[in-house]
Ligand binder design. Structure first.
Ligand code: NAI
Length: 345
């Protein structure tokens, strides 16, 4: 395995890794360990070149630091991205990648993210102790817990606005989006769903009586709640005007391309539930299981409701976007950690 250290201001460690014997290539970023070891999933995606992959891993690992801080967890933020390409020998690649994670000796704990399957994680498990897999006794389903957290966040948004009989558009029916659809359908919410994989959309229509919509119009469909559960950066300054939802609350990491896009939403009176606040369910379970050895995290995941209420209330009071309030609260906790001298080397 070839490792190339990349110096990025503000990041603890960024590495480009490559193993040409199996086609493994990617980046691993440990953003911050002030509050504890870095936790974050591993993503596999068709990146066209190094530059967007590096940009993705940097944004995602930083968001993990903020997510952990806001959720008051004893961990920092990290992430890894792997290039998906035809020459990738998947089993050998995840075995080698597991060795890399193991070599970090617990500074980085990982789990699922976009494109990574349970089989991939089980393969990693053969070479590293620092990966969360569904079969870990007592861990539970992290995707399901992420969806549960999004649901708590969404409930808080609905209670905050007083909107009833919501119609929810879900963009992306992967591990989290499909689990969220199941929860919302059981609650009697009207659902419209979009996925670039037509089979997944058809499954949701069959199982949850959801209306299938074209992915191209998912963001601009009139609805109560838009739940982006695919990739990040979907709401930009250039398209925020097209949003017709009253609330945005979904699992995707980095839903906003910029804080200014969040300001635009606030000006249009569209309530944005900060992504890393509401999608923290899986991280909460992972951290409490791995680091605190807690048998159950339902109460902690349920606290996403109260924290969302707190952020929305502060945002309203100060007339700034909830995204900025979430950042402020997370940064305050990190500053506290810095000043108390807590850091994991
Ligand atoms: P996944 O890979 O299982 O699902 C993503 C889904 O989005 C796929 O069905 C894909 O076909 C669909 N998709 C991709 N581009 C699309 C588009 N333009 N329009 C409509 N559908 C599209 O990923 P997973 O694990 O469900 O994660 C979803 C999001 O939630 C990601 O942004 C991830 O970073 C975030 N997240 C996931 C967590 C987890 O526990 N899995 C935890 C926290 C955040």
């Amino acid at each position: 395995m070839q490792l190339e250290e990349i110096s990025v201001p503000g990041y603890k460690r960024v590495v480009r890794f490559e193993d040409s014997t199996c086609g493994l290539r990617g980046f691993l970023s440990i953003h911050d360990t002030t509050l504890g070891p870095a936790l974050g999933g591993t993503r596999i995606w068709h990146y066209p070149s190094d530059s967007p992959a590096l940009e993705d891993v940097l944004r995602l690992s930083r968001a993990m630091t903020y997510k952990a801080a806001l959720a008051e967890l004893p961990c920092g933020g990290g992430k890894a991205v792997i290039f998906s390409h035809p020459g990738l020998q998947r089993e050998a690649a995840f075995t080698a990648y597991g060795h890399l994670v193991e070599s970090l000796e617990g500074q980085f704990f990982t789990g699922p993210d976009v494109g990574v399957t349970e089989t991939d994680l089980e393969i990693m498990k053969t070479t590293t102790r620092f990966v969360a897999v569904h079969s870990d006794p007592g861990l539970g389903d992290l995707n399901q817990m992420t969806a549960q957290g999004v649901w708590y966040g969404m409930r808080a948004c609905l209670d905050f606005t007083g909107l009833e009989k919501p119609r929810v558009v879900i963009q992306g029916l992967g591990h989290v989006g499909m689990a969220l659809a199941r929860i919302l359908a059981a609650d009697g919410f009207g659902l419209a769903v979009a996925d670039i994989d037509a089979l997944r959309a058809a499954e949701a229509r069959k199982n949850f009586d959801a209306t299938v919509i074209d992915p191209a119009i998912a963001l601009s469909t009139d609805c109560t709640v838009l739940a982006p559960c695919a990739l990040g950066g979907v709401i930009q300054r250039s398209n925020s005007n097209a949003i017709r939802a009253r609330i945005i609350c979904g699992s995707a990491n980095n839903i906003l391309a910029s804080l200014e896009a969040g300001d635009d939403l606030a000006q249009r009176d569209i309530l944005y539930a900060p992504d890393y606040l509401v999608n923290a369910g899986g991280l909460i379970r992972g951290a409490e299981f791995q680091l605190l050895k807690k048998p159950d995290s339902h109460v902690s995941i349920g606290s996403i409701y109260d924290r969302t209420m707190q952020v929305l209330t502060l945002a309203k009071h100060r007339a700034v976007s909830p995204a900025r309030i979430a950042d402020e609260l997370a940064e305050a906790r990190l500053r506290q950690g810095h000043s108390s001298g807590a850091s994991v080397s």
